[in-house]
Design a protein around this ligand. Structure first.
Ligand SMILES: [Zn+2]
Length: 445
């Protein structure tokens, strides 16, 4: 069904111009393996949004009222919805989880005592519930596309397809990968390669995930690069999140992390995404800058893990924003990146906002479906100061929040209306999530 958004105050996501208009929104096919989607439909997502001077005459020729749903925006702001650039949906059940056996003293211990303890205990129902809950939380915050980096070492097979189907059942787009590593031995490493291969061979658009240099041996790195090349995609991995990653690389490989990746051909693809890049020296910064890769900033996570704050101003024009599993609120991530960027790099309004929006470019470059122009958010934002193209960056950084998200349209369909999820039963998702969270927590005790 087509949507007609009347009385819309359109905020152009690139120019930040504001115009009163009427929008015609057409649905596009939801996700699925690319080979099952019509290629012309995939190409045509740009045609799914049309600006009209006035609403069409309901009785006029060519209009069928039964095929058009009219939404009166009541003068609310309408703009493109948001994409999350680096996430771990396995962190969904971390809030309130049983405390670790002791307080971690450093970043490697945070992984060992918290995250790896958690992800090793995941099974497929827990993963499905995490994905559904993530999609629900995303949708209600105006986030309609997620780039996820998933780990469940003892439930690897089928994990990516489980997540993809969960996201699609809520109506959201995704770019997934399995976070491969050598930390759990050869069998789990091979299972990660098999899962990645199976997912990409099925026609799904995804990435090839690696945990981080310090958990990836040369064999896995080479095979991951080859797998990404074979399927025309890129890698997605953590890079120098903590100084321990650099120390390990120097000790075991005689070089720094980014140099190791460059030597392995891991920086050649414009579809590759490096998360964090907190501890890079000047030579590494140059390698990243001169490569076509994207870099994901996740400042709240860096502060939470006390690993330091990176600066991103000289890493090239491909820095995007992620949350690293802390939450799914991209308006909050924007504010955090901006505030952290003050001390780290004197980050300006324009570049902070550009990082929020640049994720759309990576998704388009990779060719993943589900992030076209028919992904929209209607914001109930009654500002105490004027909204103008000149003031909009200030509103994004200091005014607009997830609480203002009123209605969300994903791939041309209403998924959230008046703050309620329409595409799925919200109470059912949350009840399933709590049940699975309790199972996970029981395993952690
Ligand atoms: Zn991460």
């Amino acid at each position: 069904m087509e949507l007609l958004l009347t009385n819309a105050r359109w905020l152009d996501p690139d120019e930040l111009t504001i115009s009163d208009t009427c929008l015609r929104v057409r649905p596009s096919p939801i996700g699925g393996p690319k080979k099952e989607l019509e290629s012309d439909q995939l190409q045509d997502e740009r045609a799914c949004l049309e600006f009209l001077d006035a609403p069409p005459d309901p009785g006029g020729r060519g209009s069928d009222p039964s095929k058009i749903r009219i939404i009166d925006c009541g003068g609310r702001l309408v703009t493109r919805s948001f994409a999350l650039g680096h996430h771990h949906l396995y962190s969904t059940f971390a809030r309130g989880m049983p405390a670790p056996p002791r307080i971690p003293a450093n970043f490697p211990e945070i992984l060992d005592l918290i995250w790896w303890r958690l992800d090793k205990r995941l099974d497929l129902p827990m993963i499905e519930a995490s994905a559904l809950a993530t999609a629900l939380l995303c949708a209600k915050r105006g986030v309609t596309f997620v780039i996820d980096h998933h780990a469940s070492p003892f439930a690897v097979a089928g994990s990516l397809e489980t997540i993809a189907k969960a996201f699609e059942s809520v109506g959201l787009g995704h770019l997934l990968c399995y976070e491969m590593s050598c930390r759990d031995g050869e069998a789990v490493k091979e299972a990660g390669l098999e899962e990645t291969q199976r997912y990409l061979a099925s026609g799904r658009i995804g990435q090839v995930g690696l945990h981080a240099s310090f958990t990836v041996d040369d064999d896995l790195l080479a095979r991951a690069v080859a797998l990404a090349d074979r399927y025309g995609t890129g890698l997605h991995m953590h890079v120098a999140e903590d100084v321990a990653d650099q120390n390990h690389c120097l000790e075991h490989h005689g070089k720094r992390v980014v140099q190791r990746l460059a030597d392995a051909g891991a920086l050649a693809s414009p579809h590759t995404l490096l998360a964090h890049c907190v501890h890079l020296d000047e030579a590494e910064r140059e390698l990243v800058r001169d490569s076509p890769v994207y870099v994901a900033q996740a400042s709240e996570s860096n502060l939470n893990n006390n690993v330091g704050l990176g600066r991103y101003d000289d890493l090239g024009p491909r820095v995007i924003l992620g949350t690293d599993g802390m939450h799914v609120d991209m308006l909050r991530a924007l504010k955090a990146a901006f505030i952290a960027g003050q001390s780290a790099e004197s980050l300006g309004f324009q570049e902070a906002y550009a990082r929020l929006r640049r994720t759309h470019e990576l998704i388009r470059d990779v060719g993943a479906p589900g992030d076209g122009v028919n992904n929209l958010v209607i914001l109930d934002y009654d500002s105490p100061t004027p909204l103008t193209p000149e003031s909009m960056l200030g509103h994004f950084l200091f005014g607009l929040e997830a609480v203002h998200v009123h209605t969300v349209i994903a791939q041309g369909r209403i998924v959230v209306e008046d703050r309620s999820l329409l595409s799925h039963d919200e109470t059912e998702i949350l009840a399933f999530a709590r049940e699975q969270a309790q199972r996970l927590w029981d395993r952690l005790k």
